[in-house]
Ligand binder design. Structure first.
Ligand code: ATR
Length: 265
């Protein structure tokens, strides 16, 4: 039985076990996927179990996507670019880290059949997932990226990692083609970002990285104002798909059956 694990804090909300265990069954793979919320001091021992193959595959989520990097023996160029790891496995005997969040975001956009080439994008927030979103936006050849975070310094640090990022003071918005909420505001239903989007011209794209709740107040308001809205569901599913493919050399299906299963909690 191949053991898989997602680690993060908190971890209870994670739907990764649900999706991967479904795919194991669909693909006749003898494996199991569990979740764990270790202390930071325990990470080293856990990662070692990749080396000994006690753990076959691992996902990493907030707040460990960066701090786990020094514990790896090798990692992909995307990890180098984003300084963020979400998938770990034993590659040629080494503890190897990769980043499938970039693929997740990129494919969620491709899946919507929208073209953001040369378009302008404003990202709100500067948490762990933002470097991956920027990498994906660059792959999709967007024209201009604005970044704004309540704590300016964190946006500036991310801005330094990439070329041509325009930092905006928190509260200022530009009339962009796409707006991405990557803050944690909206995870609780009563939370709301205090932005006035009413002056943004219609038919823009509003994307929230959050997928539970499915419609945050950010998306609700954008929908009322006549914009296209996308939640984080597809990004989540595509990052999982890529992780599965890295571990098992099979690209599992994101079809209607899977989507129905995912939505039925
Ligand atoms: P991490 O930083 O550990 O990766 P995250 O949940 O991915 O955690 O990121 C949280 C993001 O939501 C941050 O950009 C945070 O802003 P700060 O850097 O200023 O803390 C943002 N955030 C959380 N609560 C917020 C609030 N009430 N208003 C605005 N931004 C908020």
């Amino acid at each position: 039985m191949k053991k898989h694990l997602i680690i993060g804090k908190p971890i209870n909300h994670s739907l990764s076990p649900k999706i991967h265990n479904y795919w194991f069954k669909e693909n006749n793979i003898q494996a199991i996927y569990e979740k764990l919320s270790p202390k930071e001091s325990e990470l080293k021992e856990i990662v070692k179990q990749i080396k000994t193959k006690i753990i076959y595959g691992m996902n990493v989520t907030v707040p460990y996507k960066q701090v786990i990097l020094p514990l790896l023996e090798d990692y992909s160029d995307l990890v180098k670019e984003t300084n963020s790891v979400n998938t770990i496995f034993n590659k040629n005997g080494k503890i190897y880290g990769d980043n499938t969040d970039v693929y997740g975001f990129e494919n969620s956009i491709i899946n919507e059949k929208i073209n953001i080439q040369n378009k302008s994008v404003l990202i709100l927030g500067a948490g762990g997932v933002v470097p991956s979103i920027i990498s994906a936006l660059n792959k999709l050849k967007v024209g201009k990226i604005f970044l704004s975070n309540r704590t300016l310094k964190k946006a500036e640090i991310i801005g330094q990692r990439f070329k041509d990022i325009n930092i905006l003071k928190w509260g200022n918005i530009e009339n962009c083609d796409m707006f991405i909420n990557s803050t944690s505001v909206g995870l609780k239903n009563e939370e709301k970002l205090e932005f006035d989007f009413s002056k943004i011209s219609k038919n823009k794209i509003f994307y929230d990285v959050i997928y539970n709740p499915r419609r945050t107040s950010f998306l609700e308001e954008a929908s009322k104002l006549g914009h296209k809205i996308i939640n984080g569901e597809k990004m989540f599913l595509y990052q999982a798909q890529k992780a599965f493919a890295l571990w098992h050399n099979v690209l599992p299906k994101i079809d209607k059956k899977l989507l129905d299963f995912f939505k039925n909690d």
